[in-house]
Write a protein that binds this ligand. Structure first.
Ligand SMILES: *Cc1c(COP(=O)(O)O)cnc(C)c1O
Length: 334
């Protein structure tokens, strides 16, 4: 699980914008790397930034998707199909290439050109179907009915959560003491379920989980309040990777069994956090990740009284330098 020679060798660019893993590399070694925990302060708060934006596929998603794809490859699957044009699709393309398994990514028409280029550069087949993600997803599910084909979901699969849990196991080795709280962004809740699994594994029962959602697409908070999955009709946020209509149903019980506090942040707070992370730490992340960091920079009430927190810098590559410059301008104008 260390930054092994074989993973280091993966850093041979075969296009201007994409680092690619070696084709058919060691099928059993984890596809993700151990990421650094950067210690910093925000005001009086001691903050550990868990830099999962540094994963070779540029987000935490490679942890779970890598494990799930390895599982399917080991049982002889000959194609992976997924329906995300964002970080999940990129991670599946990356894993498929590393495992020597062909990948089809079904995208909706709204997918930005630069993501199409990056996913294709990994050798994945792209199919553009439908105006919105739901339509692309129906096509992907149909394609996955073919023989020897596995559908790779973006967040709702227990093996994904097992893979994401490795993030907390790394933290247990990197932190001298358990943090008072962990900040985590929530879309469908795969990352959150993985963090909760990880906290159980390392025995950090007293670490509170601050589960952050954008105001315009908060589905965890109402679902926990009502004790059932609440479906959003039209989730809307600049944090597009968090715009999910329905959370993973397993979250309801998992959150009850742990100390999970749902929080919401505005899009402006999320983009401000993206600019701050770029300026202060030289890391470029998308608003989905900015949402998780936003409570730090917005001096959020949920952090009062805490001394030491870890923020999951979950990463995300659906962002451009132009976006960051625009958000910086908006911040200065405000
Ligand atoms: C997918 C994703 C999330 C949300 O993860 P879920 O498992 O859907 O909750 C957050 N940030 C980034 C960058 C992502 O790609």
């Amino acid at each position: 699980m260390t930054f092994s020679a074989s993973v280091a060798n993966a850093y041979t660019a075969d296009s201007r914008s994409t680092f690619a893993p070696p084709v058919g590399s060691d099928r059993a070694a984890p596809l993700h790397i151990v990421t650094p925990l950067l210690q910093t302060r925000v005001g009086d708060l001691q903050v550990g930034l868990k830099l999962d934006n540094l994963q070779p596929a540029r987000s935490f998603k490679l942890r779970g998707i890598g494990l799930l794809c390895q599982h399917h490859a080991a049982r002889g699957v000959r194609r992976f199909v997924c329906s995300s044009a964002g970080n999940a699709g990129y991670a599946v393309a990356w894993a498929g290439r590393a495992l020597g398994v062909p990948v089809t990514v079904v995208i909706p028409q709204t997918t930005p050109e630069f993501m199409r280029v990056r996913i294709r550069a990994l050798g994945a087949e792209l199919r553009c179907e439908g105006a919105v993600w739901d339509e692309a997803n129906s096509v992907a599910l149909r394609l996955a009915e073919a023989a020897d084909t596995a559908f790779i979901p973006p967040f709702d699969d227990p093996l994904l959560w097992q893979g994401h849990a490795s993030l907390v196991e790394e933290l247990a080795r990197q932190c001298a003491t358990p943090p008072d709280a962990i900040l985590v962004a929530v879309g469908g809740g795969g990352l959150l379920l993985g963090v909760l699994e990880g906290l159980r594994r390392v025995g950090w029962q007293r670490t509170r989980v601050l589960a952050v959602e954008p105001e315009g697409s908060a589905s965890l908070a109402p679902s926990l309040a009502q004790g059932r999955v609440v479906e959003l009709s039209a989730p809307r946020s600049l944090a597009t990777s968090l715009c999910v209509k329905r959370i993973a149903p397993a979250l309801i019980d998992a959150c009850r069994a742990a100390d999970v506090v749902p929080l919401t942040v505005s899009d402006a707070e999320a983009t401000t956090a993206c600019v701050r992370l770029a300026e202060d730490h030289g890391q470029m992340i998308e608003p989905a990740c900015g949402a998780a960091l936003a409570p730090l920079y917005a001096d959020h009430a949920a952090l009062r009284g805490l001394r030491h927190v870890v923020a999951v810098v979950c990463g995300g590559q659906v962002v451009t330098l132009g976006d960051l410059a625009r958000w910086q301008g908006e911040q200065n104008a405000a």
